[in-house]
Ligand binder design. Structure first.
Ligand SMILES: Cc1cc2nc3c(=O)[nH]c(=O)nc-3n(C[C@H](O)[C@H](O)[C@H](O)COP(=O)(O)OP(=O)(O)OC[C@H]3O[C@@H](n4cnc5c(N)ncnc54)[C@H](O)[C@@H]3O)c2cc1C
Length: 364
């Protein structure tokens, strides 16, 4: 893997929503920016998984983020712009809940739009990452602070050099990278260490097409499971798609179940138990009999103790900043706002001026 010979202005570690937003703003402002991402695709927890190929009638599921529910005006405009382009749409206005009686699913008191994408929820990351240079399947493993700037090393032997560094990953992954730095200040490390994450396990299930008529008649598309001892969410993923041929369901465990079962050896059995609990809780017995069952473990699902600041700046000799959902919240929206605020701050420091919302340019 060749090394980049010239020092970049900025390297961003992590191509989730926070990293992409920050990098895109900086690129459009004229900085040379590259990202390193440990996975095969961008989006992080804004995740889509392909489940069957075209020959079997292609289908997929959002196995991380379930939907977007914008509150902030800029984020709402971004989601609306994606809707105007056909990349997102209102999925549902009603998220049901489990009732007090087992097998009972009750509608909500109020309605509000939840957005998703027929092509998969990572459509937002795809749109925002246009023209960015992202080095995939490159896990940043070591940082070196040198006279001329940062050197970022990956597990595949890639070496990037940059004048400034942005780390846009969950705090435990950030700590693993920065704790060895000799000049990292105690205050920054303490801030990072104060943010803890929940774990969650996702069961991703595809069903026989014979159940599609039943699924299409269900009164619910998504169910919040606050009352359940192990479940957090049951989502009828196929209802996000335009012409589904077979039901696809994602069940998320709650934090307690995620903690208890995270290291279980038989992951398929854990996924099957989630489906069985979902079948019982909803009164839909067929949910326990998938044609395909996949299981994904989220080691860093939601920050439990987010910071109120939109980014963190370390007091290191070389410029080093942190961004992510954990800076200001625990959702996609906070990740987006964190990336935006950090790009603005970097430009303030380097060029002494505020950065307008340049990212609209890639959404035209
Ligand atoms: C099960 C689940 C359901 C959720 N549901 C919702 C929902 O319905 N609505 C909502 O708004 N939010 C939801 N969230 C939360 C949402 O996913 C996050 O808030 C948001 O996606 C965080 O974005 P981020 O950019 O901060 O971090 P991430 O998405 O975690 O991005 C960080 C990226 O950094 C990469 N990375 C990490 N370490 C390294 C390294 N050393 N080198 C290179 N790359 C690295 C990761 O692979 C990842 O791509 C959900 C999360 C989960 C897990």
């Amino acid at each position: 893997m060749p090394s980049t010979q010239f020092p970049l202005d900025i390297v961003v570690i992590g191509a989730g929503v926070a990293g992409i937003t920050c990098a895109q703003q900086l690129r459009l402002a004229g900085y040379s920016v590259e990202l390193v991402e440990k996975s095969r695709g961008m989006g992080g927890r804004l995740a889509k998984r392909r489940l069957t190929d075209a020959s079997a009638g292609a289908t997929h599921a959002d196995h991380g983020v379930c939907y977007l529910k914008p509150k902030d005006a800029t984020f709402a405009r971004l989601v609306q712009r994606l809707c105007d382009r056909g990349a997102m749409a209102v999925w549902t206005e009603k998220i049901h809940e489990l009732g007090a009686v087992v097998g009972e699913v009750v509608p909500p008191q109020s309605r509000s739009a939840r957005y998703a994408s027929p092509q998969g929820i990572n459509a937002l990351a795809k749109a925002m990452s246009k023209d960015l240079t992202i080095h995939y399947q490159q896990r940043a493993v070591a940082l070196h602070s040198q006279a001329e700037g940062w050197e970022i090393e990956t597990d595949q032997g890639l070496s990037l050099k940059a004048k400034a560094l942005v780390i846009a990953v969950p705090t435990p992954q950030a700590i693993a990278l920065v704790e060895p730095l000799a000049d990292l200040d105690d205050e920054t490390l303490a801030q990072l260490k104060s943010v803890n994450y929940s774990k969650s396990i996702a069961a991703i299930a595809v069903y026989d097409p014979e159940h599609q008529a039943t699924a299409a008649q269900l009164p619910w598309q998504g169910i919040n499971c606050y009352r359940h001892e192990s479940l957090a969410w049951v989502g009828l993923e196929s209802s996000k798609q335009l012409n589904p041929q077979q039901p696809v369901v994602v069940v998320h465990s709650n934090m307690a179940f995620g903690e208890a079962q995270f290291e279980a050896e038989d992951r398929q059995a854990v996924g099957q138990s989630l489906l069985e609990m979902a079948a019982k809780a909803t009164g839909e017995a067929w949910l326990a009999q998938p044609e395909i069952l996949q299981v994904h473990r989220w080691g860093y699902a939601f920050p439990q103790t987010p910071l109120s600041e939109p980014y963190v700046e370390a007091k290191t000799n070389l410029p080093l900043w942190f961004a992510g959902d954990w800076c200001g919240g625990d959702r996609v929206e906070s990740a987006f706002l964190s990336g935006l605020a950090l790009a603005n701050q970097i430009n303030q420091q380097l060029k002494g001026e505020a950065l307008p919302e340049l990212f609209w340019q890639v959404l035209n």
